[in-house]
Design a protein around this ligand. Structure first.
Ligand SMILES: Nc1ncnc2c1ncn2[C@@H]1O[C@H](COP(=O)(O)OP(=O)(O)OP(=O)(O)O)[C@@H](O)[C@H]1O
Length: 290
C-alpha cells in the first residue's frame, strides 16, 4: 500500500495555487493522474521522487516512510526505491545503451539486473549503439529499462509516450504493461491520452487546480450517462466540415477513419486535434467479414 498526503503552495502564471492531495494506491496497482495542464500532476510526481519539497506531507511506501514532515523524515531521492520516466528520454548521448543502463547501478552492485532488463525490454540488438542512432520509441524503451535497473517497487511515468506516434505508443504501452506485471510494480502514470488511460490503468485520479476531484475506474469516468453506449471508440478529430445544416466530423481511431454527423451546437464545442469518444447508441454496429 502506498499512502500519499501532500500539501504545497504552487506559483502559477494565473496566481497562487494550493496543491492538496490525499491518495492511497494498492501494491501492484496501475493508476493514472489525469488533468489539465498546470493542475499539478508533475509536481506530485516530483514530490514523490524527493525532487520537490512539500510544506506538509506524508509518503509511505509498503510500510516504510519516505517522507513525514511531522517528524522530519525525508529520504533523499537516491534512497527512494522508484523508477522515474519523463517525456524526453534523458539518456547520456556519449554512452552506449548498455553503458546508460550500467550507469543506473551503484558501483558495488552486480550486473545481473542490467542483463535481465536487456532481456525483458528486448534491447539485445542495440546494446552497443548510441542514443542518437535510435528511434524515439527505442530511446524511450532504453529510458524505461534504465528506470528498472535498480529494481524499484514504484514506477512514475510522466507522459512518457506523448512524443511518439500512434503505433510506437501502442508498442511501448505493451512493454510498460509487461514490466509492471513482471516486476510486480505499483505504477503511477500521468497521461492526457484517453485511449492510453482506458487501456492501461485500473483506476484514475482527476486533478483540477491542485485538488483531486474524481476517483474511479477510467471506463466509468470517461463514459458518464450522457455518453453511455454499447460501442465506443476513442480517437482524434482530423477534420470538421459543414454539410448543409449538419457537420461531418472525421475521427481517426487507431488506423480507422470514422465520419460522424454532428449538429452545429455539437460541432461548435469541438476543434481539430481534440480527443473524442465515438459511441453507437441507438443501433447495433454492423459487422461484415472482409
Ligand atoms: N517548484 C515550484 N514551486 C512553486 N510552483 C511551482 C513549482 N514547480 C511548478 N510550479 C507551478 O505549479 C503549477 C503546476 O505545475 P505542474 O508542472 O505540476 O503541472 P502539470 O499538471 O504537470 O502540467 P502539464 O500537464 O502542463 O505538465 C504550474 O503553474 C507551475 O508553474
Amino acid at each position: 500500500m502506498i499512502r500519499i498526503n501532500l500539501e504545497k503552495q504552487l506559483h502559477s502564471s494565473g496566481g497562487e495555487m494550493q496543491l492538496q492531495v490525499a491518495l492511497q494506491i494498492k501494491q501492484g496497482e496501475f493508476v493514472t493522474i489525469y488533468g489539465e495542464s498546470g493542475a499539478g500532476k508533475t509536481s506530485i510526481l516530483r514530490m514523490l521522487a524527493g525532487l520537490l519539497q512539500p510544506e506538509r506531507g506524508l509518503v509511505e511506501v509498503n510500510g516504510k516512510k519516505w517522507l513525514d514532515t511531522a517528524n522530519g523524515t525525508n529520504l533523499k531521492p537516491q534512497q527512494r526505491k522508484l523508477g522515474y520516466v519523463f517525456q524526453d528520454y534523458a539518456l547520456f548521448p556519449n554512452m552506449t545503451v548498455r553503458e546508460n543502463l550500467l550507469f543506473a547501478l551503484e558501483k558495488h552492485q552486480p550486473k545481473d539486473s542490467v542483463n535481465e532488463v536487456v532481456e525483458l525490454m528486448e534491447l539485445n540488438d542495440m546494446q552497443h549503439r548510441y542514443p542518437a542512432t535510435l528511434s524515439g520509441g527505442q530511446r524511450q524503451r532504453v529510458a524505461l529499462g534504465r528506470a528498472l535497473v535498480q529494481k524499484p517497487e514504484f514506477l512514475l511515468l510522466d507522459e512518457p509516450l506523448s512524443a511518439l506516434d500512434e503505433s510506437m505508443r501502442a508498442r511501448l504501452q505493451d512493454y510498460i504493461l509487461k514490466v509492471h506485471q513482471t516486476f510486480n510494480l505499483t505504477t503511477i502514470l500521468v497521461s492526457h491520452d484517453v485511449s492510453e488511460i482506458l487501456r492501461m490503468s485500473e483506476r484514475m485520479f482527476v486533478l483540477k487546480e491542485g485538488k483531486i476531484v474524481q476517483v474511479g475506474a477510467p471506463d466509468a469516468i470517461f463514459s458518464d450517462d450522457s455518453i453511455s453506449g454499447k460501442f465506443r471508440l476513442v480517437g482524434t478529430i482530423t477534420k470538421i466540415q459543414q454539410n448543409g445544416v449538419v457537420y461531418i466530423i472525421s475521427v481517426l481511431a487507431g488506423v480507422n477513419l470514422i465520419k460522424v454527423v454532428a449538429t452545429a451546437e455539437e460541432a461548435a464545442t469541438m476543434a481539430t486535434g481534440d480527443k473524442v469518444m465515438v459511441v453507437s447508441k441507438a443501433f447495433n454496429p454492423l459487422i461484415k467479414k472482409l
